[in-house]
Design a protein around this ligand. Structure first.
Ligand code: NAP
Ligand code: MN
Length: 281
């Protein structure tokens, strides 16, 4: 699909996929973008093997977009448009569509890439399920206290007792991990963070109490010591297992890439904007 653009040079049309949540405002933005791209020879609208995926909605929608295209991580870059306030995975507000189109038109392929999590679930019969997480993956036991041995690269760290544990990516550190009292990690740091969910600590039971930040070379393994129903979340999805043997977490060899336009906002700006707000008020 080679097209001649306005400058007269041969330029390959950018293959663009648009995904949107069901909200009225998101659908409005999506139709506007569809209309622009349909008429523009610099862009080619497609759901299959896109160069760029535009996610319209919030950070939650970007999680869905990531999972729709997680098999294309080597070639795809994401852009987020937020139809509310500015999010962590979203660089554009809904009134900045023209700016987004201009930035994509002058795009040179620059990207900002961030680590994601590899989740390996092993069942009692030896069956293995491999998943990827952009924010985090958690393991919980709902009906009784979860008792599990936690290993970091084969060192037994602790026998955990409590509601559960969460392992987050750097970009996921501002999500569930933050509610659990975990630290915010700068998104390019190649590490994952293990955070406790309501650990039991008394004279008999002891856990670390704080979250830990684990480097790329290490693996986190969580092995429940009791039979039961375990709930494993991966971003916005939840699964239940009654024959779970263990869950292992690593930093994945692949990363998620975003289009690095001038609108790719600084992480610290996002942090203060999202959690502190206007300092003058
Ligand atoms: P949701 O309950 O609709 O969204 C949870 C909130 O987290 C939304 O406000 C969402 O922003 C925000 N969020 C998502 N990713 C974020 C990130 N990386 N940094 C900062 N905020 C982020 O659920 P959802 O939309 O399906 O998203 C699933 C995520 O919710 C999970 O990955 C988990 O991190 C988070 N969660 C948090 C808690 C908690 O804090 N107690 C509990 C369960 C799940 P938008 O409004 O822009 O979508
Ligand atoms: Mn949401």
């Amino acid at each position: 699909m080679t097209q001649t653009n306005t400058t007269g040079k041969n330029k390959k049309a950018m293959r663009v996929a648009i995904v949107s949540n069901g909200k009225k405002q998101s659908r409005r933005v999506a139709s506007k973008l569809f209309a622009i791209f349909k008429e523009d020879k610099d862009f080619y609208l497609t759901k299959k093997d896109p160069d760029v995926v535009i996610s319209i909605g919030g950070d939650g929608m970007l999680l869905s977009a990531f999972h729709m295209y997680e098999r294309n991580l080597d070639t795809v870059r994401f852009v987020g448009v937020h139809t509310g306030h500015l999010g962590f995975y979203t660089d554009y507000r809904d009134f900045e569509i023209d700016k987004l189109v201009d930035n994509l038109r002058s795009d040179k392929g620059d990207k900002a890439s961030y680590p994601i999590l590899k989740v390996k679930i092993t069942l009692d019969d030896g069956k293995v399920i491999n998943l990827r997480a952009l924010n985090e993956s958690s393991i919980k036991r709902i009906e009784k206290t979860m008792v599990a041995d936690v290993r970091v690269s084969d060192v037994i760290l602790e026998r955990f007792r409590g509601d559960g544990l969460s392992v987050s990516t750097p970009t996921g550190s501002t999500a569930y991990n933050k509610s659990l009292g975990g630290a915010l990690l700068y998104p390019t740091i190649e590490a994952m963070q293990l955070a406790e969910i309501s650990s039991l600590n008394n004279r008999v039971y002891r856990t670390l109490g704080s979250s830990i930040v684990v480097p790329k070379k290490d693996k986190i393994e969580i092995k429940p010591t009791r039979q039961g129903i375990y709930t494993i979340s991966v971003d916005n999805k939840t699964m239940h297992y009654k024959n779970l043997s263990k869950v292992e977490y690593r930093i994945d060899s692949k990363k998620i890439s975003f289009v690095a336009t001038p609108s790719h906002t600084s992480f610290w700006e996002r942090v203060t904007d999202a959690f502190i707000g206007d300092l003058d008020s």
